[in-house]
Design a protein around this ligand. Structure first.
Ligand code: FES
Length: 125
């Protein structure tokens, strides 16, 4: 088994910015590549719960529970900026930028090194 890594262009930055998420296969490895809040991330398309295709799940605003001035519950709302990837199999959520599960930071997506050069999105596999 080879341990050599190589760089692969998976998208143009403008295309990824517009689509927010693409799922690609490189050498048999499926990965999701995301653009959010000016940042680019790449995650293995395998959910840490039971291996579901997490990167094919919806990208949703993170649910929050704001308090009113009297400290009473104002009801559920959506965070204005944070986005979670929602696994299509059982609904586990993961922060798109950190890959972490919001309730258990020990659980998360496996990252793939990704960078932007000359308006190309490049992963290292
Ligand atoms: S496999 Fe993703 S939530 Fe179960």
């Amino acid at each position: 088994m080879s341990t050599a890594h190589r760089d692969v262009v998976v998208a143009g930055l403008a295309d990824l910015r517009e689509r927010e998420r693409i799922v690609v296969e490189v050498d048999g490895l499926e990965l999701g590549v995301y653009f959010h809040a000016g940042e680019v991330r790449a995650w293995h398309n395998a959910c840490p719960h039971q291996g579901g295709p997490v990167c094919q799940g919806n990208l949703m605003p993170r649910t929050i529970q704001p308090l009113r001035e009297d400290r009473k519950n104002a009801g559920p709302a959506f965070h204005p900026a944070d986005r979670n990837i929602v696994c299509p199999w059982h609904g586990f959520e993961f922060d798109v930028l950190t890959g972490r599960h919001p309730a258990n930071p020990d659980v998360g997506l496996r990252p793939i090194p990704v960078r932007v050069e000359d308006d190309e999105v490049i992963v290292t596999i």
